[in-house]
Each structure stands twice: as structure tokens, then as C-alpha cells.
Design a protein around this ligand. Structure first.
Ligand code: R5P
Length: 281
């Protein structure tokens, strides 16, 4: 078995290979004079594992080319962060279901697909091969353990994500809750834990994705107003669009962490072990 990668997922691919006890194969990337992409896999095996978060259009194209170059092999495609997955329905007439378009394009040549904490697992139904979503909630839990906090309160930004908070909290037997948003006026909202008080607690907001950071930043400032001792953020996918990281810093978060599904300086825990475990299965 060999692990191959696109340029933006090199760290995760090499960590996954290490967990699997196999090698990464060198992939040469280049461009033709007209700007079209060229790649060449230098060392193939019967089983190939492609690790690539589809973080931009160039990477999507690299994945399509890698899958084609793996012709005749048994290919597992790992999409740790699947771009376009959030447009999972037609909100207006004339729009694409982008998640479906991506799933169709990326199924060609793959025998199985793994995603990591995809926003809506129903997207998996669009793949033309077996597809499974993995959760790295236990890795976030392990990361929180390293903080040495006595009794952290794990919070999800909304009720829909409370099961995720519960899975993280189960690692340390910690309290968990979801934040409840109340609209006070057209422009004013307030947010507080639904069942537990934040006062004097070390709060950690966990979520599948930190996109613009707006939800986390609002939650953090509200929790501080309610007397939280400290507020930290841990998201699986750290997108930080539109100055999201700065927004979170300005909101006074004591720590901002994400996984290596998107490789950033904030990548403080890894999806590699859970991916390797699934591939081995
Ligand atoms: C929403 O349901 C997701 O789980 C995230 O909470 C959301 O995408 C975060 O977006 P942002 O960082 O832009 O507030």
C-alpha cells in the first residue's frame, strides 16, 4: 500500500502513512506552459490511498488527475475536508447541488471514500462508491486533556452539534451543553449555555468547522460577559475565511485550535490516527 497526496495535504498524508506503517509515494507536480496541471506518481502499489482535502479548485483538479493516474489499482480516497460540501441542496432555482457535483466527479476511480466530520453526512449518498464519514471528536478530547483544566465545560454553538460536544466531553467525563441563541431585536442576539452556567468555568467551544469564525467569536464574547473564567475554541476544519482567525483573537479566545484536515498554524491535533484506523479496517 502507498499513500499519495495533493500539495496542500502533505503533512496529514505523511502522518497517516506513518500510522499505517506504509510509505508515501513521491508525486511530481508541475504545470504546462498554458497553466494546465501535470502530475506523475513516481511509485505505485496495488493499493493506493489518496489523501487530499479539496481546499481549492487547483486541488480538486489534482485529485481528479491522481485518481486517473491510479487506473487499475484499488484506490481509497480520503477527503479530510471536502470543499463545496455545504451547498448540499438547491436553495434557489438554478443553483447546483455542489456537494453532489463534487461527489460524482471524485468517485470516478475510487473504490471507497472517507470524509472527516462532514457537515451533513447525507452528502455521502452522492458518491458512486462506498463512502463513510469519520469523527475525530476523540482527538479533540485528547487535545483538551493536555490543557490540564480541572473541569472544562464543552459547548457546541447550537443544539444540532450537541452530540459532537458530547462525544468530545466523553473523553474526560466533562460537562457538556449547547449554546442557545435568543434574538433580542433585529440586530441583537444573546447566547448562553442552555442548561449550565458559564460563570467561573473554563469553556471550550467545539464545532465541525470554523468558517468565518463569526459563530465562535460571538459565543466567546457572550460567555465572557457571563463570567466564564476562560474561553477556548476547537474546530475540526479551520477555514478561517474573511479574517476569521483575527476575529477570534479579537474576541479574546485563550486558545484557537483546529485539526490538520486543513493544514494551518492552528493545526494542533491530527485526523491521521482515525483515518489510518478506518483504512486498515
Ligand atoms: C454550522 O452549522 C457549522 O457547524 C458551523 O457552526 C458554521 O459553519 C460556522 O460558521 P462561521 O465560522 O462562519 O460562523
Amino acid at each position: 500500500m502507498k499513500v499519495i497526496y495533493t500539495e496542500k495535504s502533505q503533512l496529514l498524508a505523511s502522518k497517516t502513512a506513518r500510522c499505517l506503517g506504509c510509505k508515501t509515494s513521491e508525486v511530481k507536480y508541475n504545470k504546462f506552459p498554458d497553466g494546465e496541471q501535470y502530475l506523475r506518481i513516481m511509485d505505485s502499489d496495488d493499493e493506493m490511498v489518496v489523501v487530499s482535502s479539496t481546499v481549492d479548485a487547483e486541488t480538486v483538479m489534482q485529485v481528479i488527475l491522481l485518481l486517473d493516474a491510479c487506473e487499475g489499482r484499488d484506490v481509497t480516497l480520503v477527503l479530510p475536508y471536502m470543499g463545496y460540501a455545504r451547498q448540499d441542496k438547491k436553495f434557489n432555482e438554478g443553483e447546483p447541488i455542489s456537494a453532489r457535483a463534487m461527489a460524482k466527479a471524485l468517485s470516478e476511480g475510487a473504490s471507497r471514500v472517507f470524509t472527516v466530520n462532514i457537515h451533513d453526512p447525507s452528502v455521502l449518498n452522492h458518491f458512486r462508491c462506498r463512502a463513510e464519514n469519520l469523527s475525530i471528536a476523540p482527538e479533540i478530547g485528547k487535545y483538551i486533556k493536555t490543557m490540564g483544566l480541572e473541569s472544562p465545560l464543552i459547548l457546541s454553538p447550537d443544539e444540532g452539534a450537541e452530540n459532537f460536544a458530547k462525544a468530545v466531553a466523553s473523553v474526560g467525563g466533562w460537562d457538556f451543553d449547547h449554546l442557545n441563541k435568543t434574538r433580542l431585536s433585529g440586530s441583537e442576539v444573546t447566547m448562553a449555555p442552555k442548561h449550565l452556567a458559564a460563570d467561573g468555568r473554563d469553556c471550550i467551544i467545539v464545532d465541525d468547522i470554523i468558517a468565518t469564525g463569526g459563530s465562535m467569536a460571538l459565543a466567546a464574547s457572550m460567555l465572557k460577559e457571563q463570567g466564564a473564567n476562560s474561553v477556548r475554541a476547537a474546530g475540526v476544519h479551520g477555514v478561517f475565511a474573511s479574517g476569521g482567525y483575527i476575529k477570534l483573537m479579537q474576541a479574546g479566545l485563550a486558545d484557537i485550535a483546529s485539526s490538520d484536515t486543513i493544514e494551518k498554524a492552528s493545526s494542533k491535533f491530527s485526523a491521521s490516527e482515525i483515518i489510518a484506523e478506518a483504512v486498515r479496517r
